[in-house]
Design a protein around this ligand. Structure first.
Ligand SMILES: O=C[C@H](O)[C@H](O)COP(=O)(O)O
Ligand SMILES: C=C(OP(=O)(O)O)C(=O)O
Ligand SMILES: [Mn+2]
Length: 456
């Protein structure tokens, strides 16, 4: 028996017979008995999200697919257990909320806010092993699997980390829920934070839009609308890559109201570019749960693959169910995405399209840091908007790797002056480079301008 979404009928283990399909990028746990024990514990833990919340997000994503809303999905490439602290979570939420206010203004539509957080603890890797100074050890695969420290002990795949990731996700989500419903998200505070950005180096470029947003917020205040309870709280959803099946499967619960299955580790889960093979275990997994789900699409995705993914994951073409997150690269998107969209014809209108302008634009600096140029990120989003405008489909949102902290991981932008020589100053990510707080806000202003033009 599986537990229901209240988590009260805690019989061990889901009642699903998971088919034995090939699964890429999975940990190689060394101790089967320890793993079995962990899986059994995980399957009795309370769900992290409620099925009804996942249903709500599905209706919000349906609005995205129909061009009535825009989604902002953002957070770390890899969350770490050590970074689950109040200030870190607060600053990430703050950054996303600030971006959302700017985007709301540009879009003139609701922004569906989704954090890449409370579960983003596992990473697919290009190589299984890493060599330093002649020593080769297993690659770091995220704190859910092993540690970053370059020692054989830390790099061992440890099933106990699945439980640590659960607890860290639970603590994160608890604080996120507090911040987004307890007054911290008040529109007036978020707007006041944005004023700080505009006093910085990006002032000249975004002054006009910032002035207009200020007028709009003052109008809301003057008319008394800003005092409404709805202005003090925001809807906020969690998301992560459904990568480690030994974490996702035990978190599946049956909704006691409907008998349907949900992955209760997160509101939204996606399958990555490296694990989306049609007959693999990951696509099978997301096809069985009712959450709204995403699939990443790289530049190699063709019409046939995309249609087969739709048939597997969303055979009913249910509004809000499936999101394609494209990550083509700034230099490729204009060649590839328009052709893909036009080859799909009407089918392209039955899903949501979100732009990940990060993963196709990574390169290694001469200093050896993985980085991305802010200008490439912007260029990919521009190519995304153009492609959808030509195809008559909706550019539904952006999916970005960001942090609220003042790191030096991505180069460029007018709001900060990080260049390739500065990367070592505060390079803190354990996987991919994130936009820092200023770069994230600047991206919001640039995308808001695109949305404004798109809506005219
Ligand atoms: O987040 C995604 C990374 O691009 C992915 O984990 C691969 O990184 P790698 O090429 O450093 O292994
Ligand atoms: C691994 C990731 O992306 P992709 O699957 O697109 O490479 C990611 O989102 O961190
Ligand atoms: Mn990444």
């Amino acid at each position: 028996m599986s537990t229901d979404t209240t988590g009260l009928s805690a019989a061990a283990g889901p009642d699903i017979d998971w088919p034995d399909l090939p699964a890429r990028q999975q940990p190689t746990w060394l101790d089967p008995a320890e793993l079995a024990q962990v899986l059994s514990v995980l399957s009795t833990y309370p769900p992290l999200v409620f099925a009804g919340e996942c249903d709500l997000l599905r209706t919000r994503m349906a609005a995205v697919s129909e061009g009535r809303a825009f989604t902002l999905q953002g957070g770390d490439c890899a969350e770490t257990l050590a970074d689950v602290t109040g200030p870190n979570i607060r600053d990430r939420i703050k950054t996303i909320l600030q971006m959302a206010v700017v985007l709301t203004y540009g879009a003139g539509m609701p922004i569906v806010k989704v954090g890449r957080m409370a579960g983003q603890f596992a990473k697919p890797r290009s190589a299984d092993a890493e060599t330093r100074g002649g020593v080769t050890l297993p690659a770091y695969r995220g704190d859910m699997v092993n540690g970053f420290e370059f020692t054989p002990e830390a790099r061992r795949h440890d099933p106990g980390r699945l439980l640590q990731a659960y607890h860290a996700s639970s603590a994160t989500l608890n604080l996120v829920r507090g911040f987004t419903s307890g007054g911290f998200a008040d529109l007036r505070s978020v707007h006041a934070w944005n004023k700080g950005f505009i006093q910085g180096p990006a002032q000249a470029r975004y002054e006009q839009m910032a002035y207009q947003i200020d007028r709009a917020v003052r109008f809301l205040e003057a008319s008394g609308v800003a005092d409404a309870e709805e202005m003090r709280r925001v809807e906020f959803f969690s998301a992560h890559e459904a990568l480690v099946l030994d974490y996702e499967r035990p978190m599946v619960r049956r909704d006691h109201r409907t008998g349907l299955l949900y992955d209760t580790s997160s509101h939204f889960v996606w399958v990555g570019e490296r694990t989306r093979e049609l007959d693999g275990a990951h696509i099978d997994f997301v096809s069985r749960v009712r959450n709204p789900v995403g699939v990443k699409l790289g530049p190699g995705a063709d019409r046939d693959t995309v249609l087969r993914l739709m048939d597997k994951v969303d055979p009913e073409r249910e509004p809000g169910r499936l999101t394609f997150i494209t990550r083509m690269g700034a230099s490729t998107i204009r060649d590839v995405l328009p052709a893909l969209l036009s080859s799909l014809g009407d089918e392209a209108h039955r899903v949501s399209w979100v732009c990940d302008p990060m993963h196709g634009n990574t390169f290694t600096s001469p200093s050896g840091h993985k980085t991305r140029r802010f200008e490439d990120v912007v260029e990919e989003v521009r190519g995304f908007f153009t492609a959808h405008e030509e195809a008559g489909t909706h550019p539904g949102g952006i999916h970005v790797e960001l942090t609220g902290n003042d790191v030096t991981e991505c180069v460029g932008g007018t709001s900060s002056t990080i260049d390739l020589d500065d990367l070592g100053l505060r390079y803190e990510t354990l996987c991919d480079p994130r936009l820092n707080h200023q770069q994230s806000l600047e991206l919001a202003f640039v995308v808001a301008e695109m949305l404004e033009r798109n809506g005219r």
